[in-house]
Each structure stands twice: as C-alpha cells, then as structure tokens.
Design a protein around this ligand. Structure first.
Ligand SMILES: [Zn+2]
Length: 94
C-alpha cells in the first residue's frame, strides 16, 4: 500500500464551508465566542455533516466559485453551520 499525495485530492467543501462561515458568522459578529478555537470547531463540525465534494486541486477558482454560488449548496451548508454553532456555543472547547 502506497499512500501518495501526488493525486492532489481536494475536498472543495473545505474552502466553501469556511467562506460561508466567514461571511455569515464572523463578519456579522453573531457568534457568542469568536475565538480561533471555536471558529475552527464549528467549521470542522459542519464539514463532518456536509457531504464531501472531491475534485483535483487543479480544478481552479472558477469551478469552486460556481459551486459556491449554488443556492441549494449554500442552504445545506448554512443549516449545518447553524447547528454546529449552537453545539459549540453550548459546549465550547475551552
Ligand atoms: Zn471560544
């Protein structure tokens, strides 16, 4: 078994979830605690509940932006981020 990173497999949901989180939670200042730890925990929790969308890292910015603009994807991600934010707010990891 050879686990090579040469394939450049990349889950586009990582930047998409972070961006949606940034725009809807960080910039709006609605988080109870907005420290780096809580922010990361919310993103990780949401990512674990959103189906991954894999692509090659050469896919390019345009492809990611097109996905990001999909209303269905945005609402799925927002729903998971809302749940994750509630859970982390109630049980912050610090
Ligand atoms: Zn915190």
């Amino acid at each position: 078994m050879f686990f090579s990173r040469d394939l450049s497999i990349f889950n586009v949901m990582e930047p998409i979830v972070s961006n949606i989180f940034e725009d809807n939670y960080v910039k709006t200042g609605i988080l109870k605690c907005d420290c780096q730890k809580c922010q990361l925990d919310i993103i990780l929790l949401a990512l674990n509940h959103v189906p991954p969308h894999y692509t090659s890292s050469q896919a390019g910015e345009a492809y990611i932006k097109a996905l990001y603009m999909e209303p269905q994807l945005q609402s799925d991600v927002l729903r998971e981020l809302t749940k994750a934010a509630q859970i982390i707010e109630e049980n912050p990891n610090h």
